[in-house]
Design a protein around this ligand. Structure first.
Ligand code: CU
Length: 225
């Protein structure tokens, strides 16, 4: 009886030791946090999860799934799609905002490190009263861009930030059956959830001032907050 108790005690110590050693080797046992979204593309309606803006390139009825798994220090994103045109390249990225009536509503690419905010923007209340004398504002390039911000397609990409290490690029080339898939892994996690996956008309450019550009936004899948 006594020996049995000691044996059990010894066994539990070994098991506990083994557990803590295997878990403590790198980090506390990572339990990935997973979010995912699936949608069937259709023309925009308010509240739609998956929107096609160009049914010629992303036909209504195409289905896409995105899953994001995050541990304490890294992330992995899976993208699968079916129902696209066969044997064709598409640029695909995670963006910051949910999908809307137009492709621009998805906002810019999600970026891990973001360019510093230009100091002029927060510390310049001056231009507003100056612009108030109305008619001149239309001819001023700066205020024209400010007033058009809602419909602006996208700010120019900064190549220092617009790269697949700092953003989540999931470009695909579809197979003959119109299916495609991609995976992106990063040694960082999302500090705020990316809210959409955008499919673009062309593969993503990787160099120069056009880095990150992939042509028109042809479809969008909203991701959970
Ligand atoms: Cu994009």
């Amino acid at each position: 009886m006594h020996r049995v108790t000691k044996l059990l005690l010894l066994l539990s110590v070994i098991v506990a030791g083994g557990c803590s050693r295997s878990a403590g080797g790198a980090q506390p046992a990572p339990s990935p946090r997973v979010t995912s979204a699936t949608g069937t593309f259709a023309a925009y309606t308010p509240g739609a999860t998956a929107v096609t803006y160009d049914p010629g390139l992303v036909p209504a009825g195409a289905v896409a799934t995105v899953s994001i798994a995050q541990t304490s220090g890294d992330s992995r994103v899976w993208f699968t799609v079916a129902g696209l045109l066969p044997n064709r390249g598409y640029g695909v990225h995670l963006h910051t905002n949910p999908c809307g009536a137009t492709g621009a509503d998805a906002g810019p690419h999600y970026e891990h490190h973001r360019p510093p905010v230009p100091p002029a923007a927060p510390s310049q209340p001056m231009p507003t009263p100056a612009a108030a004398p109305g008619s001149a504002s239309a001819s001023a390039p700066n205020s024209a861009s400010a007033s058009g911000k809602a419909s602006a397609p996208m700010p120019p990409a900064n190549p220092s930030y617009a790269n697949p290490q700092n953003e989540v690029w999931l470009d695909i080339t579809t197979r003959a059956d119109g299916r495609g898939s991609a995976v992106a892994t990063h040694p960082w996690t999302f500090d705020q959830p990316p809210r959409s996956l955008v499919i673009h008309a062309t593969p993503t450019k990787t160099g120069g001032a056009d880095a990150g550009d992939a042509g028109a936004r042809v479809a969008c899948l909203t991701l959970p907050a």
